[in-house]
Design a protein around this ligand. Structure first.
Ligand code: M7G
Length: 295
């Protein structure tokens, strides 16, 4: 539904990041006297819109040289949508999350997790209220693609808010588990294999049924560290270079299942490597304990 343009009153304070490659800009400002983050993203062109776009656009010639020419194509308004995300009220932590930053790798041992990461998660991670709203059908209920209500192995699969669902090229869904006692990959044990296998199987089936995208075209993974410490699994299109699918942060669900089958305590005991942003409070904790002497 068309909404009143709340962004008309957005007071810009600073641009946190302007990614020309991703065609996305992250802006920090105020919305009705509250701290806010606005993310604007030019969406993929999408194959379905091509015929209309080519027919109905205006073309301005920029240059011509031999067989080469460049143009600015001005498409009809409906095709030139900008996906916009608003976080309000935003916390200082959100501001940091979207700011361009130096990043470095840290190797977290079992002991580091217990003495550094876990106390940090317990004291200052992002609220997961939005996750509970989804599980309790208080928000986004109409967006659910499939659900398994089982309290032990069940989950809700729905579009990630990074995906506007206008085209399949950048398909992005998340499966959020019903149980609330698993914070992240680190908590996974062999006893959770049925949960993970259930998510993989029913998640893939749900996506095939609704979007006609087969399992072999999906990248299914968990983040470590995640931003939100309630277990969830990412399903993205293999052809889409989704933010956060890099080797230093993504763990393929199939590998996770195999690792747990080989060693029930794999994720509890093994050192895990992940990237941290320089101004992240968790980075400060690792630095304080002498784990990052040169960073
Ligand atoms: P993550 O690995 O914890 O963090 O994944 P990341 O954001 O650093 O990747 C959480 C996932 O949930 C991300 O892919 C987010 O885009 C998505 N997400 C976050 N929020 C607050 C929402 C929301 O309110 N609704 C939906 N549908 N997805 C969200």
């Amino acid at each position: 539904p068309v909404q009143q343009n709340i962004l008309a009153n957005f007071q810009i304070k600073s641009v946190l990041r302007d990614s020309t490659r991703e065609k996305t800009i992250f802006i920090h400002g105020e919305l009705e006297d509250k701290e806010a983050i606005v993310i604007l993203e030019k969406t993929p062109i999408g194959q379905d819109t091509l015929p209309d776009m080519l027919k109905e656009s205006t073309l301005e010639l920029k240059m011509k040289n031999d067989i080469y020419s460049t143009y600015t194509l001005i498409p009809p308004p409906r095709i030139n949508d900008i996906k916009s995300t608003v976080i309000c009220p935003a916390t200082q932590k959100h501001v940091k999350k979207y700011q361009a930053q130096d990043v470095f790798l840290v190797e977290e041992t079992e002991e580091d997790y217990r003495s550094i990461t876990l106390p940090y998660i317990e004291s200052q991670s992002f609220s997961v209220q939005w996750v509970y709203n989804i599980l309790e059908k208080k928000a986004e209920a109409d967006r659910i693609v499939c659900e398994d209500p089982d309290p032990k192995t069940g989950f809700v699969l729905l579009p990630d808010f990074k995906w506007d669902m206008n085209q399949l090229e950048d398909l992005y869904l998340i499966a959020i588990v019903h149980r609330r006692d698993i914070k992240s990959l680190r908590d996974l044990r062999a006893e959770h294999i049925p949960l993970l296998e259930n998510i993989r199987k029913k998640g893939q089936e749900g996506i095939l049924k609704r979007f006609d995208v087969p399992a072999c075209k999906l990248r299914v993974y968990l983040h470590y560290q995640p931003s939100y410490y309630h277990l969830h699994v990412h399903f993205t299109s293999l052809s889409h270079d989704a933010p956060g699918c890099s080797v230093e942060r993504a763990h393929l669900l199939s590998d996770v299942i195999l690792n747990l089958k080989a060693d029930p305590l794999y994720y509890q005991q093994r050192p895990l490597t992940f990237p941290l942003r320089a101004d992240d409070n968790l980075a400060a904790k690792f630095r304080e304990s002498g784990k990052l002497p040169s960073c």
